[in-house]
Design a protein around this ligand. Structure first.
Ligand code: SF4
Length: 493
C-alpha cells in the first residue's frame, strides 16, 4: 500500500469529494421520515425518478402508517406496480407499517436498533432514513456503488456490505458519515462505474489504489462519457440515487458490450440477485463450486469477450421475483453473438434481430394464439408477468457456443429448480427440447406441472411448430389456479 494512497489519502479524498459534490444528497422526494422510509423501500431495483412519480400520488393516498397497515394489499400492490417487484414491495411496506403502528405509535423510530426490528428494514435502509430524515449519523450508507468505490480506492478490504460499513465507520470521521454515502454514490454512478471506470479523468486518480482495475478504459463508452462530462465530475444537478442495487438493476438500455476488463466480481455475489431469490440461493454463493465458477468467469472476462455483460447475468432472477414467478421456461446457453444476450433465455434486446429459434417461437405464437409477430425480440414483458426465462448456463464466450458449460452454472441453476420444486406455490415447468427435459426428474412435488415441447431451434422446428406450447402452459396454469400468461408482445415504436 502506498503511503499517499488509499486509507492514507482519506483527508484528500474527502476534500475533493466535498469540492465535486458540495450538496450531495439523495434524489428521492419526501416530506417526513415515513415517506422517506416508504420511498427507500420502493427504490430497490428502480430509478429514483420512477419512485418519485409513484410517490407523488401514493403519499396523498396513504398519509400515515395506519393507512398503509390497513390498506388492501392488492390495491397497494397496484399503486406501487410501476416501481417493479411490486408485490414484494407492497408486502414490505405493509409489514413495516404494521410494526410501526403496533410498536412505535405510527412513528419511524430514531434509533438504529429500533429500526432494525422493523420487518424488511436492514442497515442500509435504516441509515438512509436516520441520516437524512433525522440528521443522525447512525452509520454510512453502503450500496453497490459505495462498496465498489471504497474497494477500488483501497479504503476497505472487506466484501460484505455490513463489514464494509464497519471498516468505513472506523476510518471516516463521524462528522463526515452523512455526507460520505451520497457523495461516493455519485462518484460511483458517474465516474467510477462498475464496468468502465474513468480513471484518466477521475479527481481521485492520484490517490486511488485502483484495486481490481487494470488502468485502461474498458470501453468506448467510458472514453466518450468522460469527455462529454468533463473531468469525470457528475452533472451539477445530480443527486445520489438511493436504489440499492442500481448496477444490478435490470436494464435493456445499457451497452451491449460484454467485455469487462475491470470487473471486481461484483456481479457474482449474493447482492447481485434480488432479495426474494437471495433468501433461497444465498448459500450457493459460498459453496466451493461457485467460487471456482466465479474465478473462471472473471478470468474469461479478463481475456475474452463474454456475454451477457456482467450486470445482466442474473436478469432472469431480477425480472421475475421468486414469489411472483409462475412459469419456468428453461433455455440452455446464452446467445453468443454481439449484443444478443441480455440475461433472459431466448430474448434479445430491442433493435437486435431475433435469432432463428425466437423467430420460430413467434411464428408458433401466431399459430397457437393468433398473436401478432412483434417488431422486436425482447421478452421482458413475459418475464414481468412471472415467466422465469432462465438459461441453464448463464455466460458464454463470444462466438463459442457452450464454452461455459460444465463450469458450475448447471449446479447453480439446478439449485434454482430445486428451490422452485420446494416452493408451496405451484410452478409450471415449461421444458422445451431434450436438454431441458432432463430436468423434469427434479420436479417431484405434486402441486407443480411439467409441460414438454420440442425445442424451437431450426433443427427441431418441425416438431415445435404446431405443438401449441403457449396454450399448454396456460392450461397448466389454470389447472393449478393461476392466472394465464398474456403472451402478446406489443410492438415498440
Ligand atoms: S475511477 Fe479509477 S481512479 Fe477513480 S476512484 Fe475509480 S478506480 Fe480509482
Amino acid at each position: 500500500m502506498s503511503a499517499n494512497k488509499g486509507r492514507y489519502a482519506l483527508p484528500v479524498i474527502l476534500e475533493r469529494l466535498h469540492k465535486a459534490h458540495p450538496n450531495a444528497k439523495y434524489e428521492l422526494n419526501w416530506d417526513d421520515p415515513l415517506q422517506l422510509l416508504v420511498a427507500t423501500i420502493l427504490a430497490a431495483q428502480c430509478t429514483d425518478e420512477r419512485v418519485n412519480q409513484v410517490t407523488a400520488t401514493l403519499f396523498k393516498k396513504y398519509p400515515n402508517a395506519q393507512a398503509y397497515a390497513s390498506a388492501d394489499l392488492d390495491e397497494l400492490s397496484e399503486d406501487v406496480r410501476p416501481t417493479g417487484f411490486f408485490r414484494e414491495k407492497a408486502k414490505a411496506i405493509q409489514a413495516t407499517c404494521e410494526a410501526l403502528v403496533q410498536r412505535f405509535g405510527g412513528q419511524v423510530p430514531r434509533d438504529m436498533d429500533d429500526m432494525l426490528t422493523l420487518p424488511r428494514v436492514a442497515r442500509k435502509t435504516a441509515n438512509v432514513v436516520l441520516t437524512n430524515a433525522y440528521d443522525i449519523p447512525s452509520g454510512i450508507v453502503v450500496d453497490t456503488h459505495v462498496a465498489r468505490v471504497a474497494q477500488r480506492l483501497g479504503l476497505v478490504d472487506e466484501e460484505k456490505p455490513e463489514k464494509i460499513e464497519t471498516e468505513l465507520m472506523d476510518l471516516v470521521p463521524k462528522n463526515e458519515w452523512i455526507f460520505f454515502g451520497p457523495a461516493v454514490i455519485l462518484h460511483g454512478r458517474y465516474t467510477c462505474t462498475a464496468s468502465s471506470p474513468k480513471c484518466p479523468t477521475c479527481i481521485l486518480e492520484d490517490v486511488c489504489e485502483k484495486r481490481g482495475v487494470d488502468g485502461e478504459e474498458s470501453s468506448e463508452e467510458g472514453g466518450t462519457m468522460a469527455k462529454a462530462k468533463g473531468k469525470g465530475k457528475a452533472p451539477k444537478k445530480a443527486s445520489a440515487p438511493v436504489h440499492r442495487d442500481e448496477d444490478s438493476a435490470p436494464t435493456s438500455s445499457r451497452s451491449s458490450a460484454g467485455r469487462t476488463k475491470t470487473s471486481a466480481g461484483g456481479s457474482m455475489k449474493p447482492e447481485a440477485i434480488p432479495e426474494s431469490w437471495r433468501a433461497v440461493l444465498a448459500p450457493e454463493f459460498d459453496k466451493p463450486y461457485f467460487k471456482t465458477l466465479k474465478q473462471f468467469v472473471e478470468e474469461e472476462r479478463s481475456k475474452h469477450t463474454v456475454f451477457p455483460p456482467e450486470e445482466d447475468v442474473f436478469n432472469a432472477l431480477k425480472y421475475t421475483p421468486f414469489d411472483e414467478m409462475k412459469v419456468l421456461l428453461l433455455g440452455q446457453d446464452p446467445y453468443h453473438d454481439v449484443g444478443q444476450a441480455h440475461g433472459l433465455c431466448f430474448s434479445v434486446r430491442p433493435g437486435v434481430k431475433p435469432p432463428p429459434s425466437l423467430v420460430n417461437m413467434f411464428k408458433e405464437l401466431k399459430d397457437d394464439l393468433g398473436c401478432k409477430i412483434p417488431n422486436h425480440g425482447c421478452l421482458e414483458g413475459w418475464a414481468k408477468q412471472g415467466v422465469l426465462l432462465l438459461n441453464a448456463v448463464l455466460t458464454v464466450r463470444a462466438h463459442e457456443p457452450a464454452s461455459h458449460a460444465n463450469h458450475g452454472w448447471e449446479t447453480f441453476t439446478d439449485a434454482v429448480i430445486q428451490a422452485l420444486n420446494a416452493r408451496a406455490k405451484p410452478v409450471v415447468f415449461a421444458l422445451w427440447g431434450g436438454y431441458a427435459q432432463k430436468k423434469a426428474k427434479k420436479v417431484k412435488n405434486p402441486q407443480h406441472r411439467v409441460v414438454k415441447a420440442a425445442h424451437p431451434s431450426p433443427l427441431s422446428a418441425a416438431r415445435f411448430r404446431g405443438s401449441r406450447p403457449y396454450t399448454a402452459i396456460n392450461r397448466a396454469l389454470e389447472e393449478v389456479g393461476e392466472e394465464p400468461i398474456d403472451w402478446r408482445i406489443p410492438d415498440l415504436p
